[in-house]
Design a protein around this ligand. Structure first.
Ligand code: NAD
Length: 416
């Protein structure tokens, strides 16, 4: 099953709970994307050759505001994946309470195989070709898998250049360097938010992060910050993986040393004091919390029965398939759903968006305080809804979000 089939299946489950509250055509309307855009980029790379690259943009829903969502650069991303991810952004923005709709972009390329120069050329080509679809009141991109702060700086520059202006007016892209109007704390916002939700959930279950054992899949923007924050909260991170392999250290991985090791070697494998383990076996290690923070579809019907974590915190988008979700729920494993757990990034992106409109720089302390408050408050709302209506945390989160989007569609009215 594809990511899109999973995302639509999750939606259909929740839509069936809301059939009495909204007409079916409204639920159908918010399930479908507004626009699926396919682009052909043709950047001239440093080897003197033009490379033809496919790219996608999906504007899923803009009832609550401009579409918001990151740019994914992976060799296997598809237009359907981008639609699934854009759909998730619609629910995430509604749940976390920011006036954005859902969008997403994909560029079919492998960032590891591109030089810094060629990646910049490719990103600029994307920005130029996508410029009709990117605007503060239409769609505002951000980093996602395979893209980062530097790339967002290039997107802003390429759009300013296309407009013939020194800069852009309003926020065309978030997650950019602070010196270009970015916001302090955005880079680590998603990982920090993940750990805040884990801490709140553990507290609600009468447990504590202090002394807890954690496993983290992925050591990029989300995984590395999550691992670091878990250690700062007193947890022991016993295993970490990336796309090349996985490492384990039962006494706890030194995340600072791992960050330096990855900066030097480009992979987690080979860290002194840790041993290599099978990445698939890592997902079933006994632990208090497992954080998938890499690709989608990692916990499936095939391995959910073997998961020995007490809690799964979805740092990644769509890491658990609907069948796996059922198995985990039946086994009493707490699943902190992606649209709640990793929403810290888009929440701080909203602060960046307002900062750029109001032209007043926010402090890191303010950003981190608001982030922590919002994540805690939304976790509590989801938990209360789940217990009041006997729903899983995912069903509760989705119900709140879909209700908000459907209400916005109804309030806007049905005619163009
Ligand atoms: P990234 O590109 O910075 O890092 C991805 C990491 O995952 C890398 O370490 C990579 O080696 C690893 N990886 C990729 N495929 C893997 C696999 N099959 N097994 C193990 N490791 C694998 O990406 P990121 O920004 O950290 O995003 C990670 C996930 O979090 C994605 O699902 C993304 O959609 C989601 N997310 C990101 C943000 C954000 O602010 N960056 C916000 C919300 C959700």
């Amino acid at each position: 099953m594809s990511m899109l089939t999973h995302a639509e299946a999750q939606f259909d489950r929740v839509a069936s709970l809301l059939r009495d509250d909204f007409p079916p055509e409204i639920l159908d309307k918010i399930k479908m994307p507004r626009e699926r855009i396919e682009l052909r980029l043709a950047p001239l790379l440093s080897n003197g050759h033009v490379r033809v690259v496919r790219a996608f943009i999906v504007h899923h829903n803009s009832a609550l505001g401009p579409c918001k969502g990151g740019v994914r650069m992976t060799p296997d991303v598809t237009l359907d994946d981008v639609q699934a991810l854009a759909m998730e952004m619609t629910w995430k923005c509604a749940l976390i309470g920011v006036p954005f709709g859902g969008g997403k972009s994909g560029i079919v390329a492998s960032p590891e195989t591109l030089s810094a120069h060629d990646k910049e050329v490719l990103i600029r080509s994307f920005a130029r070709n996508a410029s009709r679809h990117i605007h503060p009141l239409l769609y505002v991109p951000a980093p996602d898998m395979g893209t980062n702060e530097r790339d967002m700086g290039h997107i802003k520059d390429a759009i300013s250049y296309s407009l013939g202006q020194a800069t852009t007016q309003g926020c065309y892209v978030t997650g950019k360097p602070v010196i270009l109007g970015g916001i302090p704390g955005r880079r680590e916002a998603t990982g920090r938010g993940v750990v805040r939700v884990i801490a709140a959930a553990m507290e609600a279950e009468g447990r504590s992060l202090s002394g807890a054992k954690a496993v983290v899949q992925g050591f990029g923007n989300v995984g590395a910050v999550t691992a670091q924050m878990l250690v700062e909260a007193g947890a022991r991170v016993i295993a970490i993986s990336d796309i090349h392999g996985a490492i384990e250290a039962p006494g706890g991985i030194d995340v600072g040393a791992l960050t330096a090791h990855v900066a030097a070697t480009g992979r987690v494998s080979g860290l002194a004091g840790a041993r290599a383990i099978d990445p698939a076996a890592m997902l079933t290690l006994p632990c208090d919390v497992l954080v998938p923070a890499a690709a989608g579809g990692q916990i499936t019907a095939a391995n959910a029965g073997a998961v020995r974590a007490k809690m799964i915190a979805e740092g990644a988008n769509g890491p658990t398939t609907p069948e796996a979700d059922d198995i985990l729920n039946a086994r009493g494993v707490t699943v902190l759903p992606d649209i709640l757990c990793n929403a810290g990034g888009v929440f701080v992106s909203y602060l960046e968006y307002t900062q750029e409109t109001q032209k007043e720089q926010m402090t890191r302390e303010d950003v981190l305080r608001w982030l922590s408050q919002r994540m805690t408050e939304r976790y509590q709302r989801v938990r209360e809804t789940a217990s009041a209506r006997s729903l899983s945390l995912r069903q509760a989160a989705m119900t709140i979000a879909v209700r908000e989007v459907a209400a916005a569609v109804m309030a806007r009215g049905l005619l163009p």
